[in-house]
Design a protein around this ligand. Sequence first.
Ligand SMILES: [Zn+2]
Length: 195
Amino acid sequence: MPDKSTRSESAKAAATETPQAPSAARKIYPIVKYGDPILEKPGAPIKKFDAELEQLVEDMFASMYAAQGVGLAAPQIGLSLRIAVVDVTAGKNPEARIVLANPEIIHAEGEVREEEGCLSIPGFRGYVLRPQFVTIKAQNAKGEAFEIRGENLLARAFCHEIDHLNGILFLEHLGMLKRDLIKRKIKKLRKQGEW
Ligand SMILES: [Zn+2]
């Protein structure tokens, strides 16, 4: 990720950010881009729920907000693990922060075709058919099991992040022509050293 921080942006961030715990010097991870094989392999289940994991989760939220995303999965920061964070309010509502460790879709209903993007595939978007409602079960950063139902954007975010944990990118849901076009453009960007 290019460093886009400017003085005015950080001033704005300071004014709108909710105060964090004093110890919260968060690590901002660079986002892994399409082409890195880690994005296309399934992550390992989370087995240890300890302080280190809680720290990782906080760093993932910070990295996601820094990249202006609404979801971030561990493979996107180079860790092949089944954990993701989601916040469809992009940091505006602390209660909207959702940690998904070892998530699974247990129910899906309806269909919505909407445009979707991915922090790992910057600059490209495509229409993806997703369920309108999904119910998932997962564990939080402490290992506590929970179920949550999401609708529309939240349902889409859940599906997109769970896909990441399975090594699947939104490109795989696009029609072949659109997918190949994006892949070709990325290949060209990579050749030019711009990816
Ligand atoms: Zn993504």
